[in-house]
Design a protein around this ligand. Sequence first.
Ligand code: NAD
Length: 284
Amino acid sequence: MATIIDGKRISGEIRAELAEKTKEFQSKHGTVPGLAVIIVGEDPASRVYVRNKHKACAEVGFYSEVHELPADSTQEHVIALIDRLNEQENIHGILVQLPLPKHLDEQTILLRIKPEKDVDAFHPYNVGKIMIGDYNVLPCTPAGVMQLLARSGVSAAGKHCVVIGRSNIVGKPMAMLLLHDNGTVTICHSRTPDLKAQTLQADILVAAVGRAGFVTADMVKPGAVVIDVGINRNAEGKLCGDVDFESVNEVASMITPVPGGVGPMTITMLLQNTLTAAEAALNK
Ligand code: NAD
């Protein structure tokens, strides 16, 4: 049986540290880090995510504001709001909750956020900084995975790391962070032939595919550390990851569960990025 990497516990630890750092920040600067979240439309899942972000900010002592815009908001209206938040001194991070309604141009909107306030690290400027290893903010989910590994005593150095998935939000930056941690990294994707031959090489296997039960025990090297980024619903409607937990648990040395693994880390890393952005803004 593998050791469970408890994302809920590790996330709680980091949030307690962030709350302490926020107090220090406040006594030094006389203000607290501030996050603005923009949501357009009524998507219920997005509303829950936004509410959770707002609550998480309060928990660590940040200021936060939520801008709920109607589903038929125009591109100009959203851009005007971002422009205002870009200049607002008590806001250090801006996040646009995705997905946006179809009539809005996501790229144009995301690019409008000043790179210094881009706490999702989606702006090409920040993506480029990550590529050259000179970064301030990190994409939240891959950064959360790196924290889970580090706080479980796992370094990528000298290891073969295999990432399944090449999205801009998870797979690609994940591979880059493992590389910066001196791992030897293979990125697999939907066009990879003989995926199993690749995954069996992995000392650290990260699954970011979006398919329930995709990674099975026969694809995992005995003793591997298995990180499950996937969030899916199985046939019974139960929340589950990309990894067939029951069987892989018998082969891996460490494994993240879903829920309670990578998921809780993502908002925590958003808080970390907001503090980092606030420090950069006030230490200018
Ligand atoms: P995506 O759909 O953008 O990317 C999926 C990737 O999987 C693609 O790069 C594709 O090439 C690869 N893929 C698909 N089929 C494959 C196959 N048969 N073999 C090998 N590779 C294959 O998804 P994403 O945004 O990267 O998210 C991946 C998963 O992670 C989803 O389940 C998503 O919900 C979840 N997610 C979780 C968090 C979190 O906070 N825990 C955050 C973001 C995404």
